[in-house]
Design a protein around this ligand. Structure first.
Ligand code: J2J
Length: 551
């Protein structure tokens, strides 16, 4: 077993196998067979249409190149590619050789990427050459100077400088390793297949190991609940490496069901609307933020969306009003909320449930062996109908973050339930309702920002004596980050200055505070800790008063 990985204990594993949840097949081999069995179109990416069989061949081709470069089972490769076909080639090629893709987001910058590479001891990094005026190759070189394990740079687009491999070139040139080497690799399906990243609550993002066994189940189960069929097509406009568009059910789920994946590299309605019409897309996966933008975009009425059957949202609570509006403006569809987490558990509400239940709840897990408890602060189960912290144990939920014994000690119960930090209530219909959360993060349009991470960085600013970051309500993003700062005496730091300080440290832009409130002291809770709840309530009131004043 990979050092630092916590497997599911043998008695549970035996049960999950006996019940057929775990297939005991490596993901690369499983998807090899998925790609071989069909000549239908699997992916539409720009002008390219790639069939299942072609996809399988190209993935194997790239996988052989990866073996040529000395990559192999359990090697980590940080993947930060945009929504292009090369993402799909590389992701599945890494799985094919048992190497572990570490799923970074395109928005991450040096601060995050360097941490992922150093922490997972990644030997490879894959990225676009440039995005706007940002040069990822230059960033990778800087990281290589301080993190020597990073050996292989796999670059998309541009003309990569010496020492980097161009993904497009690799697709064109012949690998040395024979095709037969792929099926001869020893890959244990109980080992981690993919590292997801937790938007998390700790100072640095946590690494989530997903095994071959659990990640196949994750997409097979959620695709069935999502009513994906062979004639269907899924639009992917969220960052494809995120657990939702990747596997819940996402592209993995759509491939298992034999349908088509349509890649969009922008989540702007005007960019993806023409694709929905042209490709007769049936399934959309959005965050509520993207959906709200779409519903209020005047371009919506200009396109034929009558092919759309299911509009999924996940990452944040979908308000019942938004579900109703979605079904009104796109009458062919049903809005289906997904409540999921990179750590495992995914629930999708049932498409045949009446609207009152679909709009209100996140239903129940589709897997009968997802065990759910709602706990009070003392760790006891709350009475039915009351709000408690969601704790979950099951065949595709992690038993420990990678190399994080201290975090694990507080994130799991002694009997292996993962403490999600989400507050849920059981609905009389049997499903669950998300009521809030107790974890210390900001959920900005579905992107999770750890308050502690930003606070730790801001404490290094010379004008900041103390800082507390809290969510500030926002009609479109759901939440944005507000930083409450106690300045050093005589200092009056401005928001711009703080943002440019964090940017210089290499922090991703979506994590920058968007409001700064200077205060003399923080309200304290009864334990004497900073009361974030009071601060969050305070900014909520301020924002509401400002909105009222504006009319
Ligand atoms: C309220 N909060 C939600 C929802 C996630 C599918 C969909 C989303 C994610 C995801 C995912 C929510 N209502 N419908 O991995 O497979 C919040 C919860 C949860 C956290 C997980 C998937 N859907 N959330 O968002 O790992 O707080 O995964 O614990 O990024 O998002 O975040 P993440």
């Amino acid at each position: 077993m990979l050092e630092g990985f916590t497997p599911i204990p043998p008695d549970f594993a035996a049960r999950y196998r006996a019940k057929g949840y775990w297939l005991d097949r490596p993901m690369g081999e499983y998807f090899r067979d998925v790609f071989r069995r069909s000549d239908r179109v699997a992916v539409v990416a720009g002008a390219e249409r790639v069939t299942y069989r072609q996809l399988g061949e190209r993935i194997d081709h790239l996988a052989r190149h990866l073996l040529d470069h000395g990559l192999g089972p359990l090697d980590r490769v940080v993947v930060q590619l945009p929504n292009r076909i090369e993402f799909i080639y590389l992701y599945f090629a890494l799985l094919r050789i048992g190497a572990i893709p570490v799923m970074a987001l395109p928005a991450h910058r040096k601060y995050e990427i360097e941490h992922f590479i150093a922490f997972t001891e990644a030997v490879g990094y894959a990225a676009a050459h440039r995005e706007g005026d940002f040069d990822f190759v230059e960033m990778a070189r800087e990281i290589q100077a301080s993190v020597p394990c990073l050996r292989e740079l796999l670059i998309l687009g541009g003309d990569p400088p010496a020492g980097c491999h161009s993904l497009r070139e690799l697709m064109k040139t012949s690998p040395r390793t024979p095709a037969s080497a792929l099926d001869a690799l020893a890959i244990d399906p109980n080992e981690p297949a993919v590292f997801q990243l937790s938007g998390g609550t700790t100072g640095v993002p946590k690494v989530i190991p997903r095994t071959h066994n659990d990640y196949i189940l994750n997409c097979v189960g959620s695709a069935a609940q999502n009513d994906m069929r062979e004639d269907d097509s899924l639009l992917v406009c969220l960052p494809i490496g995120h657990n939702f568009p990747l596997a819940s059910p996402g592209i993995q789920g759509m491939f298992v069901r034999g349908g088509r994946v349509v890649l969009a590299d922008s989540a702007r309605p005007r960019d993806f609307l023409p694709l929905i019409e042209k490709e007769r897309v049936t399934h959309l996966e959005f965050t509520p933020t993207v959906l709200i933008r779409l519903l209020h975009d005047e371009a919506l009425g200009k396109y034929d969306l009558s092919s759309v059957r299911v509009v999924n949202t996940g990452g944040q609570r979908l308000q019942p009003e938004t579900s109703a509006l979605t079904e009104k403006l796109i009458p062919s569809c049903k809005a289906q909320e997904i409540f999921g987490m990179a750590e495992g558990l995914v629930t999708l509400n049932r498409l045949d449930d009446p609207p009152e239940i679909r709009y209100e709840t996140i239903s129940e897990p589709w897997c009968p062996d997802d065990e759910i408890r709602l706990l009070d602060d003392a760790g006891r189960e709350v009475p039915p109908g009351e709000v408690g912290e969601l704790a979950v144990r099951g065949p595709y939920t992690l038993r420990g973050y990678f190399r994080a014994p201290e975090v694990n000690a507080r994130s799991f119960t002694h009997d292996g339930f993962y403490l999600t930090g989400d507050l849920l209530r059981r609905h009389p219909s049997g499903g669950f309702v998300v009521e809030g959360r107790k974890k210390d993060l900001i959920n900005r349009g579905g992107e999770k920002i750890s308050a502690e991470e930003i606070e730790n960085m801001l404490l290094g600013h010379p004008a900041v004596r103390d800082v507390a970051c809290v969510p500030m309500p926002d009609p479109v993003m759901g939440e944005r980050t507000c930083a409450y700062v106690i300045p050093e005496s005589g200092a009056r730091p401005a928001l711009k200055e703080i943002a440019s300080y964090l940017t210089k440290l290499g922090l991703a832009k979506f994590k920058l505070p968007e409001r700064l409130e200077l205060v003399d002291e923080f309200p304290l809770s009864s334990f004497g800790k900073v009361s974030k709840k009071d601060l969050a309530d305070r900014i909520k009131q301020v924002v509401a008063a400002e909105a009222a004043a504006k009319g």
